[in-house]
Design a protein around this ligand. Structure first.
Ligand SMILES: *[C@@H]1O[C@H](CO)[C@@H](O)[C@H](O)[C@H]1NC(C)=O
Length: 362
C-alpha cells in the first residue's frame, strides 16, 4: 500500500512540475504580512482566505496549501478559520542575524485554480535580547604610578536586536578613580574605555571593584553588566620606615663578645622586592674597628668586641634600612655602657729620692 501511494505521489509531483512550468499561473500579486518576532505557536499572521478572495471553508475544498520548497515551514494554514498562523516561534535574530529587514517568502498553491500565490512575511524586531558581555568579570592590572588621563579599553557588549532595541550606551558604577568614555567605530560599534581620573595608591587600595552596565533603547530598556576588578600593581613608592626613630640600650661593660643587645625593625608598605628591607650601620669617615655588629637581615645588634666603660661609656650608631630598589630609612641606636667594678684600686706612690750611704745602720 505504502509503495503504491509513494508511486502515485511521484506521478503527481512529476505532473506538478510539468504544470508549474507551463500551465500554472504564478500570481504576480504578492500577499504581504508584517508580524513581530517571538509570537506564540498558533498566533494569527493574516487572513489568507480573504486575501485570496476565498471563503474560509474553501481553503481545503480548493486544495490550498503552503509550498515552501524544502525550507523549514514557519507558517501553517488554519483551514477552519482561513487564517495563516505561526507554526513555531520565530526568532528574528536566529533567522536574519543583523540584516536590517527580515523577510520570509513562501508560496500558496491553490490546486483547483491552478494558481500559485507568493506570500511574504516581514518579521519585525522586538527587544527580546539584553546587551551582554562575553565575560562576566574583567580583570585589569594598572600600576599605581599610572598618570591620570590614561585610557584602558574595555570589552564591548553585544545586543543582537536591531535599531533602538540594540546597544545604546554604557554606564560605570560611581567610584573615586575612573570615568567612562564611550567611543564609536565607523560601523557604529560602541566600545567603552576607562579613563583614570584620580591617581591610584596600592598601599591604600590594592584593588577596586567596578560594575560596567550596557543598556539598550528598547521598551522596556534591557541591560547587561560586567564586573571589573582593577588590580593596582605595586611601584616602589615607599621607603622603609623604622618602627622607632631612636633605640636605646644599656649594657654592662663586662658582657661577652657577641651578646645580643636589641633588634631593630623597619617596615616597607610596598610589595615583594619593593618591601624587602636590609639593615646597615652607617660608617663614619675614618672609623676602623667595629665594636658592634648589625645583622643586615634580622636587624639584630650585638657586640663584636669587649666593651670597656673606661674607654667609652656611650655610643651612637647610625642605621639605615634599604629596600630592594634602594630607598632608605634612617634611625639611631644609643648604647650606654654601664660601669662594673673591674679595676683594683690604684695606689699612687710618690717616691722621694734621697741619697743614703751604703754603710748607714738599719
Ligand atoms: C616589625 O614590625 C612590624 C610592624 O609593627 C611587625 O608586623 C613585624 O612582625 C616586625 N618584625 C619583626 C622581625 O619583629
Amino acid at each position: 500500500m505504502a509503495a503504491e501511494q509513494n508511486h502515485r505521489g511521484c506521478i503527481r509531483r512529476l505532473l506538478l512540475c510539468f504544470l508549474l512550468g507551463t500551465l500554472w499561473e504564478i500570481s504576480a500579486a504578492q500577499i504581504l504580512y508584517s508580524i513581530p518576532e517571538e509570537m506564540e505557536k498558533g498566533s494569527f499572521v493574516g487572513n489568507i482566505a480573504k486575501d485570496l478572495g476565498l471563503q474560509p471553508t474553501e481553503l481545503s475544498e480548493r486544495g490550498a496549501r503552503i509550498v515552501s520548497k524544502g525550507k523549514k515551514a514557519h507558517f501553517a494554514l488554519n483551514v477552519r478559520s482561513g487564517s495563516l498562523v505561526i507554526r513555531d516561534r520565530i526568532d528574528r535574530e536566529k533567522l536574519c542575524a543583523q540584516r536590517t529587514q527580515c523577510l520570509l517568502n513562501f508560496n500558496i498553491l491553490v490546486e483547483d485554480e491552478l494558481k500559485i500565490y507568493s506570500v511574504e512575511v516581514e518579521i519585525n524586531d522586538i527587544n527580546d535580547n539584553a546587551p551582554h558581555f562575553l565575560a562576566d568579570e574583567l580583570e585589569l592590572k594598572i600600576s599605581e604610578l599610572t598618570s591620570p588621563g590614561t585610557q584602558h579599553l574595555l570589552e564591548s557588549a553585544y545586543d543582537p536586536d536591531m535599531g533602538v532595541n540594540s546597544l545604546q550606551g554604557y554606564e560605570l558604577s560611581p567610584n573615586h578613580h575612573f570615568s567612562l568614555r564611550v567611543q564609536s567605530t565607523d560601523d557604529g560599534v560602541k566600545y567603552p574605555e576607562l579613563v583614570l581620573e584620580q591617581a591610584l595608591d596600592r598601599e591604600k587600595e590594592p584593588d577596586l571593584h567596578l560594575v560596567l552596565t550596557a543598556w539598550d533603547g528598547g521598551e522596556p530598556v534591557r541591560s547587561g553588566t560586567a564586573r571589573i576588578r582593577v588590580i593596582v600593581l605595586d611601584a616602589n613608592d615607599n621607603a622603609p620606615v623604622f618602627t622607632q626613630s631612636m633605640y636605646t640600650v644599656s649594657v654592662p661593660e663586662n658582657v661577652p663578645q657577641g651578646t645580643l643587645l636589641l633588634t631593630v625593625n623597619a617596615t616597607d608598605a610596598d610589595e615583594g622586592i619593593n618591601s624587602q628591607v636590609r639593615y646597615f650601620q652607617v660608617k663614619r669617615p675614618g672609623e676602623t674597628s667595629q665594636i658592634f655588629q648589625l645583622n643586615s637581615v634580622t636587624g639584630e645588634l650585638s657586640t663584636s668586641q669587649n666593651l670597656d666603660y673606661e674607654v667609652a661609656e656611650f655610643y651612637v650608631i647610625e642605621l639605615e634600612a634599604k629596600d630592594g630598589l634602594g630607598l632608605k630609612g634612617k634611625a639611631k641606636i644609643y648604647v650606654t655602657v654601664l660601669d662594673v667594678n673591674d679595676n683594683a684600686p690604684e695606689v699612687t706612690i710618690t717616691s722621694v729620692i734621697n741619697s743614703i750611704p751604703e754603710n748607714a745602720p738599719p
